[in-house]
Design a protein around this ligand. Structure first.
Ligand code: TRP
Length: 373
């Protein structure tokens, strides 16, 4: 029986079949040949090797252009609806690898308008949250000279003419089919996708020539970029390429880390104690009793603690395989494994929280067109 699942830019639920999703969306797998080619630019990021960034659109074309000397710009973003959690950080970490590996410029869009339109939030709240989220983004170490942050309501003079030209080419019928809108959807939401398309064209507008763009992000955002790519040629812009990741799982065994499940979500501002508590309660692949687990072993495949190591916290493949082996053999039990992960997360967060403070000194310089936060 196929499991039901839903993946849209505004809702991710159910047991996601990522291969099926790729087929539904019509994106291309990141296959061995592409991995081999990417390895030629620098050591492959574990998220590529492990199939976390697993699907793309026109990445081969983008690399061909790059090889010809036509550098691309990276574009990604964040809808500032709440505090940053590890699930948000995961793709940003990959974006940083892309910037370091290819030495390219980057645009980061904060859609405070989107979260105002789609959520029960004030514009002030989503704007303040954008500032908080931007600190987390900057703390990851993006090149402060090459990276610009767009805040939709502040950079509207740049975005609006481009968004208009996109919006003119997208019918309500397309928006309904792609995003599932109906007659009860507010008209701001219907327009919004044009605002998310716009940054993909800013590099070309600013440079006055066709600049390739790569969008590394969660695959849930693909519907926006499908529409964006459809309209690009008609507007005289290159179609943006993309590379998509799977969703960071939650600690309760769910498919996606989500703020609606607070106890299973680790925020960048969590204290060591909070992390310990959350990881302590995590869903694992262990047995009900110690004796049983020593005898039969655990199942790392369903274990959220193992997934955290797999997605973010264990970079060494050897260590990861050894962990899986020990788990299956009953050599390591859930308590110990949880302690190890807690420690890794806390080491990461301690460093991150320091960098997050320092980000306050550079955030003004990274504002696109020098807007004031
Ligand atoms: N819509 C995204 C979100 O809700 C934010 C976003 C804007 C984005 N532009 C993007 C995400 C480009 C990925 C790539 O989080």
């Amino acid at each position: 029986m196929p499991e039901e699942f839903t993946v849209t830019p505004w809702e991710v639920k159910g047991d996601i079949d990522y291969d099926l999703l790729m087929k539904k969306f019509g994106t291309t797998p990141v296959d061995d040949a592409l991995l081999e080619r990417l390895a030629g630019y620098g050591e492959l990021h574990p998220m590529l090797k492990r199939g976390i960034f697993y699907s793309h659109r026109d990445l081969v074309w983008l690399l061909n252009e790059y090889d010809k000397g036509n550098k691309f710009t990276i574009y990604t973003g964040r809808g500032p609806s709440g505090n940053t959690h590890l699930g948000h950080m995961m793709p940003w970490i990959f974006n940083k690898w892309v910037q370091d590996t290819f030495k390219v410029d980057m645009i980061f869009q904060m859609t405070n308008d989107e979260k105002f339109l789609f959520k029960d939030m004030d514009l002030d709240d989503t704007t303040n949250m954008a500032y908080q989220n931007a600190l987390d983004f900057i703390a990851l170490g993006f090149d402060t000279k090459r990276t610009k942050i767009i805040l939709n309501t502040k950079n509207i003079d740049k975005l609006y003419p481009i968004a208009l030209s996109v919006a003119k080419k997208v019918t309500f019928s397309t928006a309904k089919a792609v995003f599932g809108f109906d007659n009860s959807t507010n008209i701001g939401s219907i327009f919004f996708s044009a605002m998310q398309s716009a940054p993909a064209f800013i590099p070309s507008v600013d440079a006055g020539r066709q600049v390739p763009v790569l969008i590394p992000c969660g695959i849930d955002q693909d519907p926006h970029f499908r529409v964006c790519r459809d309209v690009a040629p008609g507007l005289g812009f290159p179609k943006p390429s993309s590379v998509y990741c799977k969703m960071m799982p939650g600690l309760s065994g769910g498919d996606k880390m989500s703020s609606s499940d607070e106890n299973a979500t680790i925020y960048t501002t969590d204290t060591p104690k909070q992390v310990k508590k959350k990881v302590g309660r995590a869903f694992t692949g262990g047995c009900v009793s110690v004796e049983e687990q020593r005898e039969k072993g655990g199942n790392p495949e369903v274990c959220s603690v193992f997934k955290y190591n797999y997605y973010m916290f264990e970079h060494s493949d050897d260590e990861l395989n050894e962990l899986a082996r020990k788990c299956r053999n009953g050599e390591i039990l859930c308590g110990e494994c949880k302690m190890c992960l807690t420690q890794k997360i806390n080491v990461f967060l301690e460093d991150h929280q320091e960098k997050r403070e320092k980000a306050k000194d550079v955030i003004a310089d990274m504002a696109y067109d020098g807007f004031e936060w």
